[in-house]
Write a protein that binds this ligand. Structure first.
Ligand SMILES: [Zn+2]
Length: 308
């Protein structure tokens, strides 16, 4: 994500000026309608300034930087952050601060969402778009943090035996995360599970998730589908390194693969170089060569976490 996308802003300025110019042509030919000119250009200026407002806020955030207390949370909990160079750390911090400004994170059923929890939520979301300047999370709705696993229809109850979901992208908008599962994702960051990566991968996948995210460039479509389909079938035959839940449908396959890609990249590269390559190109990241990458685990990936 690019915090201040100059090209996009300049493009909007040109489009605004062009529209105002075209709308000004009829009044220019009739002197009695000249009074419309300041109205047209004034409306254009307001339209552009409304667009620019978000980016002016981002500039202020960039100048202020991330709260030092939140930086300590990243240092303590997020190994990816620790492996970044100084410049990339500042970029990551800034993108996290912007994400927190632009997305509402709310505790539900007694959960008090602390700034530390919020920064961990943002840390997972931002990692997905970190190396893609043109990508931004659209307004996907509120992020709700539950005190534990919840039911498949998104309800939390301490007495519900079928509460087996740790995360969800709601079809009506919004993301639900179970707080203990989110935290567990950082406590064990090389086991192939991170509900944050999983749910925000669903968000990237789009409002009708199908395992082919909207940001995928056209030239990558055919190899992407071919590679994903082959590994998806392996999941169904019980011969994949991905957990069985990845075989639920193509959207879950993509989200589970993204979790594995960021948590166990060395193992994915060894066991399916072509899947690793597709995800590496898509995210423009090479986590297997990162200093925080763990070597291949001899343990098979367990099927322990709840559905996501
Ligand atoms: Zn899922």
């Amino acid at each position: 994500m690019q915090v201040y996308p100059r090209k996009r802003i300049h493009g909007r300025a040109l489009v605004t000026a062009g529209l105002c110019f075209l709308l000004s042509l009829p009044p220019l030919s009739r002197w009695k309608a000249l009074w419309l000119l300041p109205v047209i250009w004034g409306a254009g200026a307001v339209w552009f300034l409304l667009f620019l407002g978000k980016y002016r806020v981002r500039l202020a955030i960039m100048a202020r930087g991330l709260d030092p207390e939140l930086r300590k949370v990243l240092e303590k909990k997020v190994s990816f952050y620790g492996a970044l160079g100084p410049g990339d750390r500042v970029d990551y911090e800034t993108q996290i601060a912007v994400f927190l400004q632009e997305h509402r994170i709310t505790g539900v059923a007694g959960v008090t969402v602390t700034p530390a929890t919020k920064v961990l939520v943002a840390a997972t979301a931002v990692r997905l778009v970190f190396r893609r300047p043109a990508w931004e999370f659209h307004d996907f709705g509120e992020i709700l943090v539950y005190p534990g696993a919840f039911t498949a229809d998104g309800h939390y109850s301490v007495n519900t035996a079928d509460s087996d979901a740790a995360g969800m992208m709601h079809s009506q908008g919004g993301v639900i995360l179970s707080l203990p599962h989110l935290l567990q994702g950082f406590e064990a960051d090389n086991d192939g599970f991170n509900v944050g990566y999983h749910e925000f991968a669903h968000v990237l996948d789009g409002v009708r998730p199908d395992g082919v995210p909207g940001e995928l460039d056209l030239g990558s479509y055919r190899p992407w589908v071919s590679v994903m389909q082959r590994e998806f079938e392996k999941v169904h035959r019980g011969r994949s390194f991905l957990r069985n839940y990845a075989g639920t449908n193509p959207a879950e396959f993509f989200a589970c693969a993204v979790e594995f890609f960021f948590e166990k990249p060395v193992e994915m590269r060894e066991r399916s170089p072509e899947l690793y390559l597709q995800l590496s190109r898509f995210f423009n990241q090479n986590p297997a060569d990162s200093p925080d990458a763990f070597p291949t685990s001899p343990e098979p990936t367990p099927e322990s976490p709840p559905n996501t």
